[in-house]
Design a protein around this ligand. Structure first.
Ligand SMILES: [Fe+2]
Length: 273
């Protein structure tokens, strides 16, 4: 089995609406490993007024959970990050607190509101890009306004947002509208990575394999590999990635010829060293 990388999860206990306690977190970690994930970013919500997760909390919670994983013998490597809700002071916040970024790279999970399109969203992305940070737009297929404002979604990509679709959306776990949009984004070649956005063991589990199989069927093994291993690994190594959706669909398709020269297992081993 190819081992996968999951860059969006709410696995840390007691910080947000994800895992409530250590026992659940360990069970989720075990489930992720059994599903084929070996490296996971723990990304609690940072939503002002709702989840005021601090950088210190992320740092200490990742460290404590790493110890617990070792004690339990669960072979899951974790790193920190945050599912960070948009706010006007985002560039300053990211500069001041590396813990909010994925493994302290320049990349971070960028979460707009679900119910409405906020004003000046593209300008905010341009500001964070100008400050040297790299946004990854989380689950656009589940944002209620994206269907009506698809041009803004495309504008976010052009402004430099990578796109993370939630694995469960491709399976239909978030309803028919999210499924339809996720598949449209896949068909158009606009998805950079998939992630579980796991919150629990049941309705939002830490699984990628079912969606990965669907992607392999629809877009090929090579593209599935890029979405679940190669691009997440590049992000954690802080390599510069252009959004795949930035090119026209035709150009993206031409770029999606398999690149087998990079041996999967060796890439994995290099990342974990
Ligand atoms: Fe999330």
């Amino acid at each position: 089995m190819r081992f996968m990388i999951d860059l969006h999860s709410h696995l840390l206990p007691g910080l947000d609406d994800g895992s409530p306690d250590l026992q659940t977190s360990l069970a989720m970690a075990k489930m992720a490993v059994e599903d084929g994930t070996r490296l996971m970013a723990c990304t609690p919500h940072r939503t002002p007024g709702l989840y005021d997760t601090t950088a210190d909390q992320i740092r200490s919670s990742v460290s404590a959970f790493r110890t617990e994983l070792d004690k339990a013998g669960i072979p899951l490597t974790i790193c920190g990050g945050s599912d960070i809700h948009i706010c006007p002071e985002l560039p300053e916040l990211l500069a001041a607190e590396p813990e909010y970024r994925l493994a302290k790279s320049d990349y971070f999970l960028f979460e707009p509101p679900h119910q409405f399109l906020p004003p000046r969203l593209i300008e905010l992305v341009e500001k964070v890009r100008a400050a040297g940070f790299r946004p990854i737009l989380t689950h656009p297929e589940r944002l209620r306004w994206v269907r009506r404002h698809y041009d803004v979604f495309e504008g976010l990509i052009r402004a430099g947002c990578l796109v993370q679709v939630t694995a469960g959306s491709l399976e239909g776990r978030f309803g028919s509208e999210a499924k339809e949009l996720a598949w449209r984004m896949l068909d158009e070649g606009r998805i950079d990575i998939i992630a579980s956005d796991a919150h629990n063991l049941t309705s939002r589990p830490p699984r990628l394999s079912a969606a990965a199989a669907l992607i392999a069927d629809a877009a090929g093994e090579a593209e599935q590999w890029r979405m679940t291993v190669e691009r997440p690994a590049s992000i954690l190594r802080n390599e510069a990635l252009e959004p795949v959706g930035m090119s026209s669909v035709e150009q993206v398709k031409m770029q999606q010829t398999p690149t087998r020269s990079r041996a999967p297992q060796r890439l994995w081993e290099r990342l974990l060293r």
